[in-house]
Design a protein around this ligand. Structure first.
Ligand code: NAD
Ligand code: UDP
Length: 312
């Protein structure tokens, strides 16, 4: 039986990963300080003999008894609304947190997986973005804490790989969405759905012509496991080709939620990337991974979740 330690376990993405790993019969130790996550995301696992959630800030060192096969580092606030309020915690979890989780992996001779991000490409000058692109990041802007924290996390991971021969994997996650996102998370999908369901105006930033490519969480988690179990230490983009403008997305959400909300234009946040879509050739060719869920289907399931639980 495999044993995994995963940071950020009570968050949106990692809680789904916990489910998938437990379904495989693995034992899972989850770490989370609940800064942006919620214990409710793993409530259904309470009493599961293979699962344990430990409240811990991974910017502090962590030790655990027994063998560990995999260390997955998913802890980090990830919503741009957190960047102005939690910048120090974000830099710390990207740098010190990554160092601590790498140290754990090294001590246990475990394989390490880093949840990196498309933000390492910043406001990209190349479109779509291949893994070979070095990015266009403003280190001192409001997104610098997150973007540079993750870039340092990748550098730390490669340093451990090269200096200590640690078995490492890096996935660059592009915008993902689905069940267990917090309605007040601040990212675009929960914002638009919450606003549409409450009959409030949908807040489109800028003129809404900026694009994102949206990946449903089940596909993303399948991609994470493919990277983890795959053969290659170099980064993989994991994300969808479903690229939409934010204005198109607002109209789609409004239609799906059967809402008569207005669309309200708000100022574009500083350094907001203009366009984003992954080149996922590497993941397809090396891992055989591709997203399967069409945007309309993923959004329908997410809407049901927000209707059934978050607004209950
Ligand atoms: P999330 O906020 O739902 O989950 C992050 C979890 O990490 C939360 O439960 C939070 O409490 C925990 N956490 C934060 N700092 C911590 C610390 N110091 N110690 C312990 N726990 C800590 O966000 P998410 O969308 O699930 O993101 C998960 C990971 O995926 C993050 O590393 C994020 O950067 C990355 N990512 C996500 C997306 C996306 O679209 N969702 C895109 C790119 C990268
Ligand atoms: N956005 C928007 N309205 C909102 C929230 C976000 O128009 O209420 C836009 C934001 O400006 C960005 C895109 O949606 O261009 C995605 O934002 P999100 O916060 O989800 O993540 P990002 O990809 O910027 O990290």
């Amino acid at each position: 039986m495999k044993r995994a330690v995963i940071s950020g376990a009570a968050g949106f993405i990692a809680s789904h990963l916990c489910d998938r790993m437990l379904e495989r019969g693995w034992e899972v130790v989850g770490l989370d300080n609940l800064v942006t996550g919620s214990a409710a995301n793993v409530d259904h696992l309470a009493g599961h003999p293979g699962f344990r959630l430990i409240r811990h800030d991974v910017s502090q060192p962590f030790q655990v008894d027994g063998g560990v096969d995999y260390v997955l580092h998913f802890a980090s606030p990830a919503s741009p609304v957190d960047f102005p309020t939690l910048p120090i915690q974000i830099v710390k979890v990207g740098t010190l947190g990554t160092h601590n989780m790498l140290g754990l992996a090294r001590a246990k001779r475990a394989r390490f997986l880093l949840a990196s991000t498309s933000e390492v490409y910043g406001d990209p000058l190349v479109h779509p973005q291949p893994e070979s692109y070095w990015g266009n990041v403003n280190p001192i802007g409001p997104r610098g804490c997150y973007d540079e924290g993750k870039r340092c996390a990748e550098a730390f991971t490669m340093a451990y790989h090269r200096a200590h021969g640690l078995d490492t994997r890096i996935m660059r996650i592009f915008n993902s969405y689905g069940e267990r996102m917090r309605l007040d998370d601040g990212r675009v999908i929960p914002n638009f759905f919450g606003q549409a369901l409450r009959g409030e105006p949908l807040t489109v930033y800028g003129d809404g012509s900026q694009t994102r490519s949206l990946c449903y969480v089940d596909d993303l988690v399948a991609g994470a496991l493919a990277v983890l179990e795959g053969p290659d230490a170099m980064p993989f983009n994991i994300g969808s080709q479903d690229e939409v403008t934010m204005l198109e997305l607002a109209k789609l959400v409004r239609r799906m939620a059967d809402s008569s909300s207005e669309i309200e234009f708000r100022p574009l946040p500083e350094d907001d990337p203009r366009q984003r879509r992954p080149d996922t050739t590497r993941a397809r060719e090396i891992l055989g991974w591709e997203p399967r869920t069409p945007l309309a289907e993923g959004l329908r399931r997410t809407l049901e979740y927000f209707q059934a639980t978050a607004l209950a």
